[in-house]
Design a protein around this ligand. Structure first.
Ligand SMILES: [Ca+2]
Length: 236
């Protein structure tokens, strides 16, 4: 299955899946009556390894890897990837605009040239979308050249660049609070070519931060791509 374009047709959505989606839509304040929901189609890079890791460490905080494709997330039809036009910066002092651009250049291959290396310790990449948007998904590809596990993966959104206003945490698997942003209850996971899809449920925000603190493979923080799917908020 070296399929670079992994597309899941709508007809494969189960009835149960559609019912669950309908319940979720009803609960979401940001959806509009005319919204047409469609599966979020991601352009996936080729897998770098086949199958699931054989020597699974015994860790209750680690998600068991699946050998099936991830179920699609339904999103409003008019969302688009906002990361490619965002202004990026990072807590990592070695990060240049040229290196950060590799996070949003559309290439997700974990080659040496395509990988952004951030310094060790807890580091974030910040995306300024230029205005507040309704966000529906944030997808993160760290380096996925082997089945490694990144630590303290945290995704936050806020209204201001300093992350003091209306800060919301969309994902946090820092179970022991080693990054001091509060302990999270999400699971750690093995990297794969599918990346990590974090639903944003229509959260309205201008700023997005993605954090990590090294991996089982390296103290460094390595990324190949980040995508942020959203749309302008409805006119008041
Ligand atoms: Ca890239």
């Amino acid at each position: 299955m070296n399929c670079a374009h992994h597309r899941i047709p709508v007809r494969r959505l189960s009835t149960l899946g559609l019912l669950a989606a309908a319940a979720w839509f009803a609960a979401s304040a940001t959806l509009r009556a005319a919204d047409e929901m469609v599966p979020l189609l991601l352009k996936l890079p080729a897998p770098m390894f086949i199958g699931t890791p054989k020597d699974m460490p015994a860790n209750p905080n680690l998600e068991k890897p699946s050998d099936k494709p991830r179920p699609p997330l339904l999103v409003p039809k008019d969302v688009r990837n906002l990361a490619s036009s965002a202004t990026l910066n990072s807590s990592s002092t070695n990060a240049t605009q040229a290196s950060l651009h590799k996070l949003v250049d559309g290439s997700k291959e974990p080659s040496d040239a395509g990988t952004v290396l951030l310094r060790k310790g807890t580091q974030y990449v910040q995306f300024d979308l230029g205005a507040a948007y309704e966000l529906f998904a944030i997808v993160i590809w760290h380096s996925h050249d082997s089945p490694k596990v990144y630590h303290d993966v945290i995704v936050r959104v806020a209204d201001d660049a300093a992350f003091t206003q209306n800060v919301r945490t969309l994902f946090n698997n820092d179970f022991d609070d080693s990054s001091h942003l509060g302990a999270g209850t999400d699971k750690e996971y093995f990297e794969s070519h599918e990346g990590k899809l974090v639903p944003a449920n229509g959260a309205k925000a201008r700023y997005v931060r993605t954090y990590s603190k090294g991996s089982t493979d390296s103290a460094m923080n390595e990324y190949t791509e980040v995508e942020i799917y959203g749309r302008p908020p409805a006119a008041p």
